[in-house]
Every structure is written in structure tokens, then in C-alpha cells.
Design a protein around this ligand. Structure first.
Ligand code: PEP
Ligand code: MG
Length: 575
């Protein structure tokens, strides 16, 4: 049994199919001076082959309904391939060191990977994997090996086992219908992980040496939910997993039937279930999950894979695409939450500003207010898109009254500039705040008096309440959504908003956890926003709940400060 990163949920039972890893097999040999030109030509031919492969993939993608991320990821690989460091420098090495082309390119790869490993930003650090993936293709072309993945063979389900898989490899998944994949490298934010989730193929990544340990055709159980891989299981374990797999499938089929069912409690209280999205390409998943709107569009993801600001036009197109895609359902667009853990912060915007503690530093609305040009560009784009559907404007990380006032003034300025140009927009666009700093939750009156709606960001609210870095796995056991202080802040915010009739939702991960649904409904929450795949499970829980019965139990629970008792009461609530 091997443990890795649980990258995409689900269980698969399949036979292993190993993918060869060319860069690990590269030989080093000397060439004679008169062979240099021929060796360089061989290198150029390999680059041309890979270029042609990428072009063909691009063409194939146009016809296929591939996830939107494919295009972006292929573009990154295209940029890496055409960078002179990879496409030109090795030719100099061939001439200077009189070595074979495979050796020259892998030397360059190692040098680049070393440079990438020094980046502070984990997102950029992981791009070293993209360099390796591109070089892998070049080396395969040099060795005359096919780059494309093996086809699914025979009647057995097949799990791909690779040292690493690139997005270009992954595009074949759709046609080849692989049951699962496992790799030695890759974290949960790797492109491969993101793609696995969009393709809904169970995947376990970061297994370190799975490819060496596993032999072709061995039977594997891939448990992508728990990040576990079992090689050559005995009949008893197989039986257990077959059962678990069919339970998951049955559960999924049952849940699908709830897609068009109204989301309401047994005693008739309507609960709005919305989706969190990161890119316009997530809209189909939101609709497929049965979302009645987008409760959180994390626009900072428009910076993914680029180092500069998306222009007003690009942003306008992205926002309009989402609004139109949602077909009249409300879309809550959050202004950029850049500068901290999104790992997307473009150096061009943060510049040289050193921050000793970015989580408490210039992030989110603070950065937007410090960069008025960037903020105005985004506000104008959002406002322009508001003409095409129901948009709500959400501001991240507000903490004080003067910040809210400054933000409202900036929005007014953007509106005025559009009025001056006679560009239409929704004059009555609702403006809301993320409540994700304890100060905001405690002094929520400041927000309720100035804004139209609230959305509680529990991911950050918990981090700042408990002083637990949400991205540091060393303290993750202390990250407790049921800490009495967290529950008090949630209950206070929800009750205060309810009193003055201001809509409030929760858009942190907590909203998608069905074991907390009854607790939140009991607190009075009527709007949830979550990862699309969770919506139907939460809806199922809502449909089995009775608010009138829950409310007094939750009130009693909130009077408690003992974690053990709180858990007991939660179990009772869920029984
Ligand atoms: C949150 O903080 O709970 C939230 C929804 O925002 P993000 O996860 O993007 O910080
Ligand atoms: Mg947040």
C-alpha cells in the first residue's frame, strides 16, 4: 500500500500500464567535431517534431469539449518549447562540449529545474515540472519513441502509471478512457491534479517511486479520495473496494436525481445553493452540479499562468462569458484577492514591496486600493459586464469602515467614468463584503449599514481567528472549524444580518461539508456557496433536515465551549 496526494476523488480498480520516462534513460556520448552540424540538425528536427505535435493537439482540442484549462496549459508548454534557452542553447552545448543532443538538452533542463527550485512562490516552483514534461517530449522525439500515451488495451480497465504526466498527455485521457492515473511527482495544485479533477478521473499523485515499484499489468486499486494506492490486492481487499466503488457509484446516481429538486428543508425553508468558480471554464461544472448561481468567482485566477494584468477587455470578456453562461442566474464576482496564498501574485503588481508577513500584509482589497489603476480597470470591466446579467460585486478582506468607504468611492468613480462615456451598466449593482477577518465579524454592524450583502469566508476567518496558517500542513490539525470561537463569530454574523434583513452566505470550504449543513441551517444560514461537485450532497442533507427541530439544538450547542461536547452535539444533530 502506497500513500500519496489525493488529487482527484473516486475509486478505480484497474491493471497498470507503465509510461516510459525518456529523460531518466538518456545516455551521454561524445561526438566528433565534424558530427556537430548533423547533431544540431537532429536537435532542430526534434524541436520541429514536438512543435508539430503541439499544433496537432491544439487542432484536436478545438473539436473536443476538452476542459478549458487544457488550452492554457498547452500554451505554457508552447512557451517553454519556443524559449531560446531550450530551443537554442543546447545547440551551443553540442558544439562546445561535443556531446549528443539528448545529453545537451537534459543538462539544460537540470539547470532550469535548479533555478526554479529557488523561487519562493510554490506555483512558480511547480512550473519546473512543466519544463521537465516538455524536455521529456523532445528527448522522446530524439530517441524516435512515440510521445503519445499508449492506447487503452484489451477489455480491462487501465490505470496509467507514470513518473509524471503533462497536460499534453492528459488530453488523450478523454478518448482513451483510462480508469485512473498515478504519478511519482505532482502536488495538489499541479496542472495534472487540476485536470484530473475536471476530467473526474480518480488520481493519486506524488507517490515518489510508484513507477519503479509497479510492473505492467499488475492489478491496482486507486483510491483518489484518500490518496491510497494498493498494488496486487488480495481477493478480500478487492471485494471490499468493489463494494465501496459500487456504493460511491450508486450514491452518485442517486444524487444526480436531486439535480432539479428544489433545495428546501422538510419544513419548507428554501436554501440557495451556489457554486464557487475560478475560471469561466468552470461554468458547465457549476450548472451540472445544479448551482442556482455563482456565489464566488475568484477572479484572481485570471492571472493563472501569466505575469501581467489582464486588460479591461480581457476581463470584460471573462465576466460576460460567466454571466451569459449562467443564463440569468446571479453571479457574484469578487475583486482580486491577490498578494498572499493564491500563489498567483504577479511580481509586476507587487513589485519590490517586501512583506514580512503577507497574510497580514498588502493583500486583497488593500492591494486593490493601493493600486487604483488596477482596481479601476477591474471595476469598469465588472460594471460593463453587469449589463449582460445579474452581477453582484464582492470585496475581499475588508476590515474597517474607512476601507469600505474608500472602496465605495472607487466604485462610484468607475461608474462615473462609464456614465461619462455613456457605457451602460447596472446602476443598482449590489455591493457586498467578504467577512473573513474576526474584526469584521465582531463589528459586523459597520458592514451591514454600508453594504447590500455579506459572504463569510470561513477559510480565512478560521485562519485569522485561530492564528493557524491555512496552507501550513504542520499545523493543519489545529485548523478547527468547530472551535467555539469560530462558531460564535459565524452565529453572530448570521444573526446580525438576519435582524436587518441583509442576505448573508458562506463561501468558504465549510459550506460544502455536508456534516456541517444542519449546524449552519440551524444558525439561520440560507445561502451556501461551494465547489460544484459538493452541491448535490449538501442538497441531500438539506432535504432531510427540519429547521424547527434543528434551531433549539443548535442554540444549545452554541452555549457550549467544550470541544468534546460540541462534537457530541454535532453527532446528535446529524443522527
Ligand atoms: C475564504 O477565505 O473562505 C474564501 C472563500 O476565500 P479564499 O479561499 O479565496 O481566500
Ligand atoms: Mg479568503
Amino acid at each position: 500500500m502506497l500513500h500519496g496526494v489525493a488529487a482527484a476523488p473516486g475509486i478505480a480498480i484497474a491493471r497498470a500500464q507503465l509510461v516510459s520516462h525518456a529523460t531518466l534513460e538518456v545516455a551521454h556520448y561524445d561526438i566528433a567535431p565534424e558530427q556537430v552540424t548533423a547533431e544540431q540538425a537532429r536537435f532542430d528536427a526534434a524541436i520541429a517534431t514536438v512543435r508539430a505535435e503541439f499544433e496537432a493537439l491544439h487542432e484536436r482540442m478545438k473539436g473536443a469539449d476538452a476542459p478549458a484549462e487544457f488550452g492554457a496549459f498547452l500554451d505554457v508548454h508552447w512557451m517553454i518549447l519556443t524559449d531560446p534557452q531550450l530551443s537554442k542553447d543546447p545547440k551551443r552545448t553540442i558544439a562546445e562540449q561535443l556531446c549528443n543532443a539528448e545529453w545537451a538538452i537534459t543538462q539544460k533542463m537540470n539547470e532550469l529545474v535548479e533555478q526554479f527550485s529557488h523561487f519562493d512562490d510554490p506555483y512558480l516552483r511547480e512550473r519546473a515540472d512543466d519544463v521537465v514534461q516538455v524536455v521529456e517530449r523532445i528527448v522522446k522525439a530524439l530517441m524516435g519513441k512515440p510521445s503519445d500515451l499508449p492506447r487503452q488495451s484489451g477489455e480491462h480497465a487501465t490505470a496509467l502509471v507514470a513518473h509524471d504526466l503533462s497536460p499534453a498527455d492528459a488530453i488523450h485521457f478523454k478518448d482513451a478512457a483510462f480508469a485512473a492515473f498515478v504519478t511519482d511527482v505532482g502536488g495538489s495544485t499541479s496542472h495534472t491534479a487540476i485536470l484530473a479533477r475536471s476530467l473526474r478521473i480518480p488520481a493519486v499523485l506524488g507517490l515518489l517511486n510508484a513507477r519503479q515499484l509497479i510492473r505492467d499489468k499488475e492489478v491496482l486499486i486507486v483510491d483518489g479520495t484518500r490518496g491510497v494506492l494498493i498494488v496486487n490486492p488480495d481477493e478480500r481487499v478487492l471485494e471490499e473496494y468493489r463494494l465501496r466503488k459500487s456504493q460511491i457509484e450508486l450514491e452518485r446516481t442517486k444524487l444526480r436525481r436531486l439535480k432539479s429538486a428544489p433545495s428546501a428543508t422538510l419544513d419548507g425553508i428554501d436554501i440557495d445553493l451556489h457554486a464557487n468558480i475560478e475560471l469561466p471554464g468552470d461554468v458547465p461544472a457549476a450548472l451540472d452540479g445544479g448551482a442556482e448561481g455563482v456565489g464566488l468567482f475568484r477572479t484572481e485566477f485570471l492571472f493563472l499562468d501569466r505575469g501581467d494584468m489582464p486588460t479591461e477587455e480581457e476581463q470584460f470578456e471573462a465576466y460576460r462569458k460567466v454571466v451569459k453562461g449562467m443564463g440569468g442566474r446571479p453571479v457574484t464576482i469578487r475583486t482580486f484577492d491577490l498578494g498572499y496564498d493564491k500563489d498567483l501574485h504577479p511580481e509586476k503588481i507587487l513589485g519590490e514591496r517586501l512583506q514580512s508577513n503577507p497574510a497580514l500584509g498588502l493583500r486583497a482589497i488593500r492591494l486593490s486600493l493601493a493600486e487604483p489603476k488596477m482596481f479601476q480597470t477591474q471595476l469598469r470591466a465588472i460594471l460593463r459586464a453587469s449589463k449582460f446579467g445579474k452581477i453582484k460585486l464582492l470585496i475581499p478582506m475588508l476590515s474597517q469602515a474607512h476601507e469600505i468607504d474608500q472602496t465605495l468611492a472607487a466604485i462610484e468613480r468607475a461608474k462615473n467614468s462609464l456614465r461619462g462615456e455613456r457605457t451602460p451598466f447596472d446602476e443598482a449593482i449590489p455591493i457586498g463584503a467578504m467577512i473573513e477577518i474576526p474584526a469584521a465579524a465582531l463589528a459586523v454592524g459597520l458592514f451591514l449599514r454600508r453594504l447590500h450583502f455579506l459572504s463569510i469566508g470561513t477559510n480565512d476567518l478560521i485562519q485569522y481567528t485561530l492564528a493557524i496558517d491555512r496552507s501550513d500542513e504542520q499545523v493543519s490539525q489545529l485548523y478547527d472549524p468547530l472551535h467555539p470561537a469560530v462558531l460564535m463569530l459565524l452565529a453572530h454574523t448570521i444573526a446580525s444580518a438576519e435582524k436587518v434583513n441583509i442576505p448573508v452566505s458562506i463561501c468558504g470550504e465549510l459550506a460544502g461539508d455536508p456534516t456541517l449543513t444542519r449546524l449552519l441551517i440551524g444558525m439561520g444560514l440560507r445561502q451556501f456557496s461551494m465547489y460544484p461537485a459538493q452541491i448535490l450532497s449538501v442538497k441531500q442533507r438539506i432535504m432531510q433536515s427540519n429547521y424547527a427541530e434543528l434551531a433549539p439544538l443548535v442554540r444549545r450547542m452554541l452555549r457550549n465551549e467544550e470541544p468534546g461536547r460540541i462534537r457530541e452535539q454535532l453527532d446528535k444533530l446529524n443522527a
